[in-house]
Design a protein around this ligand. Structure first.
Ligand code: 4AD
Ligand code: MG
Length: 465
């Protein structure tokens, strides 16, 4: 019985033929009615919209109907008919109802009333059953699909870079260690240090902070690649924009200079936002109504405006002359905080900004050095509401310069010899960038906290589910 084919609610609402028999399966959102007729709003995740199930109370077992409450899962067989009610084209006149699973009203946490996002984070295993998280997760899927489509259509290859690595791509030092050593009984070397030679990989390893370094190997052989995978950062930053586990998209292109890199980043972001506007409108309208009434307008604005391209040095001048009181003071050489980034984007230019040529001391070792000896060919794409959404650069392709920089920073060559080989053998100008997938989703959904755009957030002191 239960193996018969159901029609998804999205399809029924869109194109279901009236006066045909249908099978729908889903979870009850609400139940209302009187002693003659009951109305069930059923949702199966295929769309934000529910289908209305009309139940003629006299034709059903009273006990069965009593057990159908918010959250229960049903299979309904019946007839698709034109709906008399407002707001829906069709509804289902129930002939048979099979109750797959009940949801005790005393303990099922998702009752009709709107819950706070904070509360929903505590029940992240159930929150996909809400309108909000249904919308966010459908948009998340659509963006992942669009990313692959964008690159595939343009001749990029999807390269799988390792999750476990021995190198620290960003040189930032905030990594999660991976080990099978017994923490209660660590093997020691003669001079008392942990003996990683006895660890699983025979050396110290960690979860990757970025697939870029291996991505560069791909670009310098396949021409243009992208990675799209989980990355991990053990920074103890409890902000609405940081996760300890997040997904990153990192394209890397041979023969691209910084200008080409900027062109790609701008075109890519506009493509993704346009894709959301073209394919996710019902979910966007819901989020626009419930959370951020400027969302859709902001998405349209970004798609239609040219991004500003500006030197870091000029950006600092604008901030210093702004007369604005910032929490963190600005001066040449400082790393920009999101308050600074957002001032440039939201107040000063009123559109996205690509800031380039940052001081070398606040950027990673691999960035191409400018002739001034002070700056590197870095670019950060700054977005309204978000601040930094993309970080990237042209890469230093010159062996000597790169070697000098690595030594200057006191980094170990043991874990980078293979990376240096790309500069020894057939080195080429190349560039790339990293887009934080959840930062993109913050922008596209209008949600304010990054914990609400990933199914199961990983943040300091939280790894539930
Ligand atoms: O600027 P980041 O650190 O750059 C890199 O990792 C380079 N290897 C990218 C490259 O050139 N291939 O990170 C890139 C982006 C940021 O702009 C931000 O959107 C996101 O990743 N990001 C985070 N997102 C969520 N939580 C965090 N803790 C993040 N850290 C960075
Ligand atoms: Mg960055």
């Amino acid at each position: 019985m239960s193996r018969e084919k159901r029609t998804m609610i999205a399809e029924l609402l869109r194109s279901g033929e009236v006066n045909t028999d249908v099978v729908v399966k889903g979870w009850v959102r609400t139940k209302r009615g009187n002693k003659n007729v009951a109305f069930l709003a059923l949702n199966d995740g295929s769309t934000i919209n529910n289908i209305q199930i009309v139940v003629d109370v006299a034709s059903f077992d009273e006990e069965l109907l009593k057990r159908i409450t918010t959250g229960a899962c049903l299979c309904v067989r019946g007839r698709l008919v034109e709906s008399a009610g407002a707001g829906q084209r069709v509804e289902v006149q129930a002939r048979e109802i099979e109750l797959y699973g009940t949801a005790d009203p005393e303990t099922y946490p998702l009752q009709k009333k709107g819950h706070t996002l904070e509360f929903l984070r505590e029940i992240a295993h159930l929150r996909p059953r809400t309108n909000t998280f249904g919308a966010v997760l459908r948009i998340r899927h659509a963006m992942a699909f669009a990313i692959h489509k964008y690159f595939n259509d343009r001749g990029f290859y999807y390269l799988h870079t390792p999750i476990i690595t021995a190198s620290d791509a960003e040189g930032a030092g905030a990594m999660f260690q991976v080990t099978t050593l017994d923490l209660k009984n660590l093997p020691r070397t003669e001079d008392g240090r942990v003996d990683y030679a006895q660890d699983f990989f025979g050396r110290s390893t960690n979860l990757t902070v970025s697939g870029q370094l291996e991505g560069e190997l791909g670009a310098l052989s396949l021409g243009q690649i992208y990675t799209f995978g989980p990355t991990f950062r053990a920074e103890n930053s409890n902000t609405p924009r940081h996760l300890a586990e997040f997904w990153m998209i990192e394209p890397e292109m041979a023969f691209y200079e910084l200008e080409d890199d900027m062109d790609l980043a701008e075109d890519f972001l506009k493509y993704l936002i346009r894709y959301a506007l073209d394919n996710c409108m019902e979910d966007l309208e819901f989020l626009n109504k419930m959370y951020d009434d400027e969302l859709i307008e902001r998405l349209r604005m970004v798609v239609s405006e040219d991004f500003v391209r500006l030197n870091y040095t000029e950006g600092i001048e604008i901030l210093k002359n702004s007369g604005q009181k910032f929490e963190f003071p600005v001066d040449w050489g400082c790393d920009l905080q999101s308050e600074h980034e957002r001032y440039l984007v939201e107040k000063h230019f009123k559109r996205p900004v690509i800031l380039i040529n940052y001081p070398k001391d606040i950027k990673a070792f691999y960035m191409k050095q400018n002739d001034d000896g002070k700056t590197v060919r870095a670019m950060d794409v700054l977005f309204p509401k978000i601040g930094e959404i993309i970080g990237g650069s042209e890469r230093e392709a010159d062996y000597e310069k790169l070697d000098r920089r690595i030594k200057e920073l006191g980094m170990s060559m043991d874990t980078l010899w293979w990376y240096m080989d790309t500069r020894r053998f057939g080195s080429a100008p190349h560039s790339g960038f990293g887009l934080g997938f959840e930062r993109l989703l913050l922008f596209v959904t209008g949600m304010a906290n990054i914990r609400d755009v990933i199914p199961f957030p990983r943040t300091p002191k939280n790894a539930e589910f």
